[in-house]
Design a protein around this ligand. Structure first.
Ligand code: NAD
Length: 168
């Protein structure tokens, strides 16, 4: 039994994340998806709450061929303690999948194997690029799973992003 951990902010969960997870479903028996910065929402880099991201991911992965667990992870002020914090919150895992340099470094220092899945269309498929399109009301829907489109509409996510970026 091999259980993998995939950590991200998922602001929002996009097609690059989904492509990585579809690939991981061929490699591991179970997958834990850790939602980082779970405590941060309602700012322009982190517009969505942990609960909203749980909805996006759970709905978009409906039908994934392996069991998965979606677990929010609050940030901690000390990077040196973060791996212990993550381990205390999620089921046991064998390998971490990430391309984030800090996350790679922290897990490697803790002696945990780390693999970096390939990037898919990184220029258009990054959280920053998708949020920028959402904010400017450009076509963003094609970059995220359709289930994410419906969550963003349900929570009036675009209107939120525009409201919180106004000045008083
Ligand atoms: P992210 O949502 O930007 O990306 C998640 C993963 O998907 C990353 O591995 C990224 O490389 C990958 N990815 C992004 N675009 C892709 C694409 N087009 N194709 C394939 N893969 C793609 O999230 P992130 O920034 O990696 O999240 C790390 C989280 O860990 C953050 O929430 C951060 O705060 C948290 N963290 C916290 C601490 C702490 O609390 N001290 C320390 C380290 C990390």
């Amino acid at each position: 039994m091999k259980r993998g951990l995939y950590v991200g902010r998922f602001q929002p969960f996009h097609n690059g994340h989904k492509a990585v997870i579809d690939g991981l479903a061929e490699e591991v028996d179970e997958l834990i998806i850790g939602i980082g910065s779970a405590d941060i929402s309602h700012d322009i880099r982190h517009p969505f709450t942990a609960g909203e991201r749980v909805l996006m991911i759970t709905r978009a992965l409906n039908g994934l061929k392996i069991p998965f667990y979606v677990i929010p992870l609050e940030d901690v002020k000390r990077n040196a303690l973060w791996v212990a914090h993550v381990k205390s919150m999620v089921p046991p895992f064998d390998t971490v999948y990430t391309s984030n340099p800090l996350v790679i470094q922290l897990f490697k220092e803790a002696g945990i194997p780390v693999l970096s899945p390939p990037m898919y269309l990184r220029e258009s498929l990054s959280g920053t690029a998708v949020r920028k399109k959402m904010y400017h009301r450009e076509a963003w829907e094609e970059y995220v799973p359709k289930e994410v489109v419906s969550v963003v509409r349900e929570i009036h996510g675009i209107e939120r992003m525009q409201q919180i970026s106004k000045s008083d």
